[in-house]
Design a protein around this ligand. Structure first.
Ligand code: ATP
Ligand code: MG
Length: 454
């Protein structure tokens, strides 16, 4: 069922319950107050009559009847005098014999003074009022029986008025509740309409919403999600087209070399150069394809974290870079605090490999490269510092983009496809860490990687 109808139903049922309770309460209070007024009046009349009657009680029931008849006519009711045992002493209608026991609720043991109102057969509503009195030589009661149709009529007309008011209020509330529910649920319906319009080719979601509530949060979340999806899509597209473009470069070179190879068959030196170039291009393509596969794999794997101590890391790097370090007479210096890293071994060592490769690749011969691992409060800090060519400020913001290489780097070393730092950044992101670069042109570069301890 639609939310607006659910809300409407809830609001309306609650309101009806509240209305009925209030209605019953008001009616009850009104009836009590009305009865109290009638009771007061009857008691006052009773006391006036009693002044006269107490003179005849308990001596003469007959004289009393005379009085009772007169006053009864005035009151338009029946007057009965009772003795101290609540048995009939005299009756204005002369129907009740003295000493008769009456069975009326009002003559209950506990009841001493006041009125009772009941429905009766011959009248709509009857008021019984009991008033105790003390005469000179004894005590007794005066019972006044009056019809109370007036009270009943007042009550009925009040009831009718209340029901009419109640109906109008309930109807008005139904309408208000409908509009409130509609007002609450309308944005949700509009959001659904907008969401249904989203297709893989057209991902837009714009929605103006003035209130600041959970719906606003929902809209913002959807908007962010759609934007992120679009960004992700765009990045994927860009990555795909850049990858194909970059792969085409060595492929075109290979094609060109192969086309020209027959013409240099006679020239041994040229032929050798061509073949070497061919090897180089094939190696570059293979490296690029490997890196692309790695990027794709990183994006789709789950981390398999394990504890890695600094000694393992040092051993790995020393072994990996043994030859190149010797060739380029580079000095690898380690500054290691005895910390344990909790990382995905393959991804982490792969990224570290890329960073140390960069440091070596972009440093002149015989330079020092420092690898520092430190305990940094809640994280571990891994820094790779070189004294190489550095990165100029205009290139720095782009170096994590796939295939991005600075002009200096291309001029300095033609190897490399610009994917290394993309892989490093992906690894850092997956470990919920951060990466930071400190660099100065022709002075050197420090890459700092912060990884959370757990
Ligand atoms: N230590 C460094 N010193 C100077 N420049 C660097 C350093 N590390 C990275 N760069 C710059 O950042 C660019 C991107 O680095 P990245 O590692 O992604 O690519 P690459 O080294 O050119 O190629 P690949 O790593 O894919 O073989 C480099 O081309 C270079 O311009
Ligand atoms: Mg690199």
């Amino acid at each position: 069922m639609k939310i607006k109808y659910q809300l409407w139903g809830i609001f309306s049922s609650l309101f009806i319950v509240v209305c009925l309770t209030t209605y019953m309460f008001i009616l009850n209070t009104y009836e009590q107050r009305l009865q109290a007024g009638y009771e007061q009046m009857s008691i006052a009349q009773g006391y006036t009559i009693l002044d006269q009657l107490s003179a005849t009680y308990p001596d003469s029931p007959n004289r009393s009847i005379g009085y009772l008849e007169r006053y009864g006519e005035n009151l338009n009711g029946r007057l009965v005098m009772l003795d101290h045992e609540k048995k009939v002493f005299a009756d204005s209608f002369q129907q009740l014999k003295p000493n008769t026991t009456l069975h009326l609720d009002i003559l209950d043991q506990d009841f001493e003074l006041g009125s009772l109102f009941t429905e009766a057969e011959s009248f709509d509503y009857v008021q019984y009022t009991l008033i105790p009195f003390q005469a000179i030589e004894g005590e007794g009661y005066l019972l006044i029986v009056q019809e109370a149709d007036q009270l009943k009529a007042e009550l009925e007309s009040y009831k009718t008025w209340m029901i009419q008011t109640l109906l109008i209020v309930v109807l008005a509330f139904f309408l208000i509740a409908y509009f409130v529910s509609f007002w609450f649920s309308k944005p949700i319906e509009q959001i659904i309409v907008q969401l249904k319009k989203i297709t893989p080719h057209k991902r837009t979601f714009s929605f103006k919403y003035p209130r600041r509530d959970e719906i606003k949060e929902l809209i913002d979340t959807i908007q962010n999600m759609v934007e992120e999806l679009n960004l992700y899509d765009e990045r994927q597209q860009r990555f795909l087209s850049t990858s194909s473009h970059e792969l085409k470069t060595p492929l075109a070179a290979i094609q060109l070399i192969l086309e020209n190879l027959p013409y240099v068959r006679e020239n041994e030196e040229k032929h050798g150069e061509f073949v070497q170039d061919l090897w180089y291009q094939v190696k570059k393509m293979k490296q690029m394809v490997d890196q692309l596969l790695q990027i794709n794999r990183i994006g789709n794997t789950h981390l398999q974290k394990e504890t890695l101590n600094v000694q393992d890391i040092q051993n790995y790097l020393l072994q990996s870079f043994q030859h190149i370090v010797q060739d380029k007479q580079i000095v690898l210096e380690f500054e290691l605090e005895p910390v344990n890293l909790f990382v995905d071994r393959t991804l982490f060592l792969g990224a570290l490999d890329n960073l140390v490769s960069n440091a070596i690749r972009y440093s002149p011969q015989g330079q020092l490269i420092k690898i520092i691992i430190k305990d940094d409060k809640k994280q571990n800090k891994i820094s790779i510092c070189d004294q190489g060519i550095g990165i100029s400020p205009e290139h720095l913001p782009h170096i994590f983009e796939p295939f991005y290489r600075s002009n200096d780097a291309t001029a300095w070393n033609r190897e490399g496809s610009g994917l290394g730092l993309t892989i490093v950044k992906q690894m850092v992101n997956m470990h919920k860490g951060q990466i930071d670069i400190e660099t100065e042109q022709n002075k050197g570069t420090c890459v700092h990687v912060f990884l959370p301890k757990m």
